[in-house]
Write a protein that binds this ligand. Structure first.
Ligand code: SAM
Length: 227
């Protein structure tokens, strides 16, 4: 059964309030990013039991102990990639596919890697159904990047890493931007890095807390249940 129109209007109003109060007022200035987040129906990316909270100012569970990131975090990370529309973007950590959908409206192509097969399949089905045709999902260890389609103009890691995975640096184009939370499993700093003359120069944007990046260049296991 479809969603009643009254609810769709309510979701649209909640989305406008989210963009204004949580994203724009907190400093995300890019109109392209704000417009993309006004367009993507976040309620389609959360499990049914959390739909009423889809536009709330917090991450939400999506299964497998993982989360869809807080809306502000999606906005700030997306803005830090400085996308103009022509880029090929690599995302590590597809999760629900929400961030991928936002990126797909701002770049030419999005390649997204998810290590949980069930999440990768669900995101692929959801993005296809909603018409986000320039997103390509792969199931695997994204800490290795995705060399088959490299180089990328921008790389976004949506899980917390102990360090910047070295293979991601080699898969980034000259002049490309990489955004990643780096630190311990409990606390991280969100870094924006840029590749110039073959080396990466990074700056700290703000403190944050993400679920851990597992895999070859992440952690071998979660320390404990992360939010
Ligand atoms: N961007 C997602 C969204 O919009 O729903 C939220 C991502 S969630 C905070 C982090 C995701 O990274 C989880 O789905 C987790 O399974 C995934 N992940 C963790 N380690 C990974 C790895 N090595 N390769 C690919 N995905 C990984």
């Amino acid at each position: 059964m479809g969603i009643p129109y009254a609810n769709l209007d309510e979701f649209a109003a909640a989305r406008r309030a989210m963009v204004e109060k949580q994203i724009s007022k907190r400093g995300v200035a890019s109109q392209r990013v704000l417009d993309a987040m006004l367009s993507v129906p976040r309620h389609e990316f959360v499990p049914d039991q959390f739909r009423a909270n889809a536009y709330a100012d917090k991450p939400l569970p999506i299964g497998e102990g993982q989360t869809i990131s807080q809306p502000f975090m999606v906005g700030a990370m997306t803005e830090a990639l400085e996308l103009t529309g022509s880029e090929r973007v690599l995302e590590i950590g597809t999760g629900s596919g929400y961030q991928s959908a936002v990126l797909s409206l701002l770049a030419r192509e999005v390649i997204s890697i998810e290590s949980h097969t069930s999440l990768a399949l669900a995101a692929q089905e959801r993005l296809g159904r909603l018409g986000y045709a320039n997103v390509y999902i792969h199931n695997g260890d994204g800490s290795l990047g995705f060399p088959d389609a490299a180089p990328y103009d921008a790389i976004l890691i949506t899980a917390a890493a102990p360090e910047i995975p070295p293979l991601l640096v080699s898969q980034l184009s000259e002049g490309g931007r990489l955004v990643i939370p780096v630190g311990s499993q409990d606390n991280q700093e969100l870094l924006q890095a840029r590749k110039n003359g073959g080396t990466l120069n990074s700056r700290v944007l703000f403190d944050c807390r993400f679920v851990p990046l597992l895999g070859r260049y992440g952690w071998s296991r979660p320390d404990r249940k992360s939010s």
